[in-house]
Design a protein around this ligand. Sequence first.
Ligand code: HEM
Length: 182
Amino acid sequence: MYGMIHQAARQMVHAVADDATWSKILTTSGLQEEHFISAQTYDDEVTLTLIGAIQSVTEIPLDELLSAFGRYWIEFAASTSYSSVLEMAGNDLETLLENLDRMHTSIKSTMPDADMPSFYVSRVEGRDLYIEYRSSRTGLEAFVKGLLEGLLDRFGDTGEVSFVRRADHVEFTVRREVAEAA
Ligand code: HEM
């Protein structure tokens, strides 16, 4: 994955832990500064090694870590030069998810080697959204759950995110609570 993802992971650790923790993570992973170049692409193995090292040093269960990273990614992306891309993609969850593939495609013009996932809003029932997630990668469900929770926060919504693995995709359900009248 692109170094931008590694940078986000580094920044997330720095936000909650001290420098010694980060040094330990670097030593455990065997990674160096050269693995954190935003516009460079690395084998997924490198990204997984980094996540694995954060997990073993912090002792946070993998699913919890991936979902915290998903939530963090939304804040992180909004603090980068991609914030306008995110803003243009939509001002509510449903619109943003419907525009997400187009958004990732436009990001690919600056990160041509990115292997982007695909999201499809298959059903809307009241405030509940059903979303089909497809990717060439496996095992990122907890990350996606965190991303969707981060988007709920972004739009001032509260709710629950769950998922079920289907034959050729993972189906996520976002149940949004009805906002209380002011
Ligand atoms: C401006 C904001 C965003 C930027 C700049 C961005 C960029 C990227 C990049 C560079 C990758 C890595 C692809 C690779 O290196 O092969 C990626 C992957 C991914 N993105 Fe985004 N993204 C953004 C927002 C979102 C949002 C809002 C979601 C919400 C669901 C999302 C879902 C994902 C997922 C799940 C992956 C993992 C790849 C996979 O599943 O195979 N992204 N994105």
